[in-house]
Ligand binder design. Structure first.
Ligand code: NAD
Length: 255
C-alpha cells in the first residue's frame, strides 16, 4: 500500500509536535505545518533522523491562501489520508468585557476557522481517495472551565459541534471526523497559562492542574498524541462524530 500522507497543524510544539512524531512512527508521510516554520522544519528533520518521512511548512491556519498551499504541498507528497488539526491558541484577559474584537477574531480564526479553511481544501482529496480521517483538538474547556477563559472555552465548544456536523456531512464520502478533548498537558501553552495565573509550572509542580486529575499528574504531550494518532487508524473505525476526552480523569472529579 502507498504510504499515507497526513497533515498535522501546530506541529512545531507540544501536542502537535508529538502527534507528527507519532504519525510518522505509524508509517505516515507527515506534512508538519505551523506558524513557526523553523520549528516545523526541525520536527520534520527529527522525523527524518528517526527514519521517517516528513516536510515542514510555515502555515498560518488563519490564512486561506496558506491553508490552500499546505494542502497542495501535502498532495504533492502523495495520497492524503489524514488531516489532524492541532494548532490552537489561548489569550490573556479572556473575559467578555476585557477581550478586544481583534483578539476575539484572531482566536476564533485560529481555533475554529482553521478547521473550515484547511478541511475545505482537504475534503475533495480525501473524497477522491475513497475516504480518510479528520481530527480536531478541542479541550476539557468545552465542558467545564475556569475564570477568564471566555473565547478559548467558546472556541473549544464550537469544535465539538463542528466535529459532529462534519462527521454527518462527510460520512457518505467515507470520511470520519473525530475530536479529542485533552485535559492538562505539559506544553508551552500550559506553562504560559500558568504564568498568566501568576505562577510557574515549577512553582506549581503542576499540582494546581495535575492534582485535579484522577491520575494525579498532568499528561505528557506524547500521551495525548497517542490518542490523536490512534484515532486516525482503522482500529478507530467506529469512533465518529464524537469528541473523546483524553483528560486523565479531569472531568470525572466533582470535588
Ligand atoms: N496543553 C494543554 O493542556 C491543552 C489542553 C487542551 C487542549 N489543548 C489544545 O491542544 C492544541 C495544542 O496545544 P499545545 O498545548 O500543544 O500548545 P503549544 O503552544 O505548545 O503548541 C501550539 C502550536 O500551534 C501553533 N500555532 C498557533 N497559532 C497558529 C496559527 N495561526 N497557524 C499555525 N500554527 C499555529 C504554535 O506555533 C505552536 O507551535 C491547541 O489547540 C490547544 O488548545 C491543549
Amino acid at each position: 500500500m502507498a504510504q499515507r500522507v497526513s497533515i498535522v497543524t501546530g506541529a512545531a510544539s507540544g501536542i502537535g509536535r508529538a502527534t507528527a512524531l507519532a504519525l510518522a512512527a505509524q508509517g505516515d508521510q507527515v506534512l508538519a505545518a505551523d506558524l513557526d516554520g523553523d520549528g516545523a522544519a526541525r520536527v520534520a528533520e527529527e522525523i527524518a533522523a528517526a527514519g521517517g518521512s516528513a516536510a515542514g511548512r510555515a502555515v498560518d491556519v488563519a490564512d486561506s491562501d496558506d491553508c490552500a498551499r499546505a494542502v497542495a504541498d501535502a498532495a504533492a507528497l502523495g495520497q492524503l489520508g489524514a488531516l489532524v488539526h492541532v494548532a490552537g491558541m489561548a489569550v490573556a484577559d479572556d473575559t467578555v468585557e476585557q477581550l478586544s474584537d481583534a483578539a476575539l477574531e484572531r482566536l476564533l480564526a485560529v481555533n475554529v476557522g482553521s478547521v473550515f479553511r484547511l478541511s475545505r481544501h482537504a475534503i475533495p482529496l480525501l473524497r477522491a481517495a475513497g475516504g480518510g480521517v479528520i481530527v480536531t483538538t478541542s479541550s476539557v474547556h468545552a465542558y467545564a472551565s475556569m475564570p477568564a477563559n471566555a473565547a478559548y472555552a467558546a472556541s473549544k465548544g464550537a469544535l465539538v459541534a463542528l466535529t459532529r456536523q462534519m462527521a454527518l456531512d462527510l460520512a457518505p464520502d467515507g470520511i470520519r471526523v473525530v475530536g479529542v478533548a485533552p485535559g492538562s498537558v505539559d506544553t508551552p501553552m500550559t506553562r504560559a497559562a500558568l504564568e498568566r495565573m501568576g505562577t510557574s509550572a515549577e512553582e506549581a509542580g503542576f499540582d494546581a492542574s495535575g492534582s485535579a486529575t484522577a491520575i494525579g499528574r498532568v499528561a505528557r504531550p506524547q500521551e495525548t498524541a497517542a490518542v490523536l494518532a490512534w484515532l486516525t487508524t482503522p482500529a478507530a473505525s467506529v469512533v465518529n462524530g464524537t469528541t473523546i476526552a483524553a483528560d486523565a480523569g479531569l472531568l470525572a472529579r466533582l470535588v
